[in-house]
Design a protein around this ligand. Structure first.
Ligand code: CP
Length: 309
């Protein structure tokens, strides 16, 4: 694998390998016994992805460099490519990048060549592969496998990178993927059937809710009736199958796409997803750094019950 950018580049085997590794790490943490610098470049707000990448890096024993747009020379007009090359020059061993452009990695590759791996921490409306991997880990922990499972992704599909990464990966893994969306939030470029939220709660093994992405809307979206018309109300949740789980990548708009009482309900796995983000990101970092030859098996220590942070 070159850079970790899109779920479309991952085979079923690679996804399974990384998920297995993440489960091993959850049970028995690992560290990298080599000085490596991780550079986190975030040009869009983030709480979970930014912080869980940083926890993953620190648990692995890495040095962490953080750059935010407002404190960077991007403000002076430096390109993303030159920013990335600068980190390569000063000794970063890999980059983690979140950026509002859908295809920022293509823009970097058009400008020149980067000789360190890059991890996509969210690209515009297009891809969020590490979020997808943590969602898959959560479903694997629940069901053992997603083959034949009915997964409904519900909400602002057209503006959601989480919806796109998950739908494509889940289809590859043999799940039955459905979308549910309010008028105007559909993305008909993707080949998945649309159902209503009332149908969704009846059939879903996993119901993945999405936030309305107001920051990507041209016109203001009114949300007064959204919960009752399109969201997960208490009444709808009561009609879910007993084994079904509620997921959400967060941040959550409580009372909009989900009744606030369901966020920490028995069927919710929302905070479990966040916890899994750390293990899956540790596994992805190890997988890609090994593929690049930046580390090898001898650089990895198993550290049972050792708390690094
Ligand atoms: N799920 C997710 O990407 O959250 P953040 O935007 O807080 O990173």
């Amino acid at each position: 694998m070159k850079h970790f950018i899109s779920m479309q580049q991952l085979s079923k085997e690679t996804m399974n390998q990384i998920l297995k590794e993440a489960e091993l790490i959850r049970k028995s943490p690992k560290t990298i016994n080599k000085q490596l610098f991780a550079a986190n470049l975030f040009f869009e707000p983030s709480t979970r992805t930014k912080m869980s990448f940083e926890v993953a890096q620190r648990k692995l024993g890495l040095e962490v460099l953080n750059l935010y747009e407002e404190g960077s020379s991007l403000i002076k007009g430096e390109s993303l490519y030159d920013t990335a090359k600068t980190f390569e020059a000063i000794g970063a061993d890999f980059l983690v990048v979140r950026h509002p452009s859908d295809y920022w990695m293509d823009e970097i590759e058009e400008e020149g060549q980067l000789n360190i791996p890059v991890f996509n921490a969210g690209s515009g409306k297009e891809e969020h592969p590490t979020q997808c991997m943590l969602d898959l880990l959560t479903m694997y922990q629940e069901f053992g496998n997603v083959e034949g499972k009915k997964v409904v992704i519900a909400g602002d599909i057209i503006h959601s990178r989480v919806a796109k990464s998950n739908a494509r990966a889940l289809e590859k893994l043999g799940a039955d993927v459905y979308f549910s969306a309010a008028p105007g939030f559909e993305d008909h470029s993707l080949p998945f059937p649309y159902i209503t939220m009332d149908e969704a709660v009846e059939i879903a093994d996993a119901l993945m809710l999405l936030r309305i992405q107001h920051e990507r809307h041209i016109h203001k979206t009114e949300t007064d009736d959204y919960l009752s018309l399109y969201g997960l109300t208490m009444e709808r949740a009561a009609r879910m199958q007993k084994h079904a789980i509620i997921m959400h990548p967060a941040p959550i708009n409580r009372g909009v796409e989900i009744d606030t009482r369901l966020v920490e309900s028995k069927q919710s796995r929302i905070f479990k997803q966040m916890e899994n983000g750390v293990y899956v990101r540790m596994a992805i970092l190890i997988h890609v750094l090994k593929e690049w030859g930046i580390i090898n098996e001898n650089d990895i220590n198993e550290c049972k019950a050792l708390n690094i942070i």
